[in-house]
Design a protein around this ligand. Structure first.
Ligand code: NCD
Length: 309
């Protein structure tokens, strides 16, 4: 059987995503059923860029499934510092592990790894490009909280230019019915043209605006993001833009009582701590959903027979 990788959310059909989310629900409800599902399997987490959640939630997912984990948390402790290419690293890791998770600052790095690896590769973020497992997390969170991935308005707010989680999420949501997009950003951090071109081609409605206050009453989901400091060419621009949006309790008064606030995390200043106790704040729940969905993903890519569990 041909190996499968996850490089962008579109690598899975909508039906496959539904199955994955159903599996994640079952894992949430019956974790004990899956506790030995990956016994004897090893996952390598190869992180060339910083991470807390993405690396540790993949590792937690594999440990919850009874598998083992190994890896490195930064490029400076790997042979990349000696000049090894991603292609060679991928070939080497294929001799050690059954599945590989890679995060890299260069767009397309995960695709190169997938090409050279003989094992399934999960893209855990490639530069400003894609972050599909965060998207699986976001979709499962929205599906669980709202009961469906159709018929809602989502406001994406903050760094829409460099935020890879935003790019992946938009890519995935266009396949659902009647999802309206509102892009809220300073003009320097607008969503890239290739995304608005894609929305125009597909006839999917969206609007762009600068002030969160102007649109917050319309939203069912507010997806906040951090200004991506590491992708700026100069510090001054970052400093000028970093506190452009600060969501606080006062601003939330104008929002719907059943709007949910998501954030891929880490947050810096864009959500004040006084929002954390609001019942609409879903960003820590989202982290937990990220573990269930990554468990479901590992089972799928390793072709584990879940009927036999
Ligand atoms: C995101 C990322 O790495 O793109 N973090 C994450 O994986 N949850 C978002 C960010 O760093 O701002």
């Amino acid at each position: 059987m041909q190996k499968r990788d996850l490089l962008t959310p579109l690598d899975f059909s909508k039906e496959e995503l539904d199955e994955l989310f159903d599996r994640a629900d079952d894992i949430r409800l019956h974790p004990e059923k899956y506790a030995h599902a990956c016994e004897g399997k090893k996952m390598a987490t190869c992180f060339f860029e910083p991470s807390t959640r993405t690396r540790l939630s993949h590792e937690t997912a594999m440990l919850n499934l009874g598998g083992k984990v190994m890896g490195f948390p930064s490029g400076n402790v790997s042979s990349a510092t000696k000049g090894e290419t991603v292609a060679d690293t991928a070939r080497v890791i294929s001799c050690f592990a059954d599945i590989m998770v890679i995060r890299h600052p260069k767009e397309g790095a995960a695709a190169v790894a997938a090409h050279y690896a003989s094992i399934p590769v999960i893209n855990a973020g490639d530069g400003g490009h894609q972050h599909p497992t965060q998207t699986l997390t976001d979709l499962l969170t929205i599906r669980t909280l709202r009961g469906s991935l159709d018929n809602f308005t989502i406001g994406l707010c903050g760094d829409l230019k460099f935020g890879r989680t935003v790019h992946s999420l938009i890519n995935a949501l266009v396949r659902y019915q009647n999802v309206k997009f509102i892009f809220i950003s300073p003009s320097e951090l607008r969503v890239p043209d290739y995304i608005t071109d894609m929305l125009n081609d597909r006839g999917i409605p969206y609007k762009e605006c600068i002030r969160l206050e102007d649109v917050i009453p319309e939203l069912n989901i507010l997806y906040m993001t951090r200004v991506q400091k590491e992708r700026f060419f100069n510090e001054e621009d970052y400093v000028r833009l970093k506190d452009f949006y600060v969501l606080n309790r006062a601003k939330l008064r104008a929002a719907k009582p059943d709007m949910y606030i998501l954030h891929p995390l880490p947050r810096v200043n864009e959500i004040a701590a006084d929002v954390d106790d609001d019942p609409r704040a879903a960003y820590f729940k989202q982290v937990q959903f990220g573990v269930y969905v990554r468990e479901a993903l590992i089972l799928k890519l390793l072709n584990i027979d879940t009927e036999a569990l």
